[in-house]
Design a protein around this ligand. Structure first.
Ligand SMILES: [Zn+2]
Ligand SMILES: [Zn+2]
Length: 76
């Protein structure tokens, strides 16, 4: 069974995924990039997109989400 993961990636303000190089403050370095709006992560188990404007909060949201999957498969 594959381990469920949800890698965090930055998104533009319009919620599209940002694959550009950003400065440490999330500012754009190329003209076609709008800069970082928030963070998101796609769950590899259910495909749900989790998001939050704060990375530390999103990490907690992901942790809770992944535990929910574990809980449903090992439910007593
Ligand atoms: Zn971008
Ligand atoms: Zn999930």
């Amino acid at each position: 069974m594959a381990r469920t993961t949800a890698a965090i990636y930055p998104r533009h303000p319009d919620k599209s995924r940002c694959r550009h190089r950003l400065t440490s403050r999330g500012k754009a370095t190329v003209d076609e990039c709008a800069g970082r709006g928030d963070y998101a992560a796609d769950c590899s188990n259910c495909g749900e997109t989790l998001d939050n404007s704060l990375k530390v909060v999103l990490e907690m949201v992901i942790g809770r989400h992944l535990r929910e999957h574990t809980a449903t498969t090992t439910e007593a």
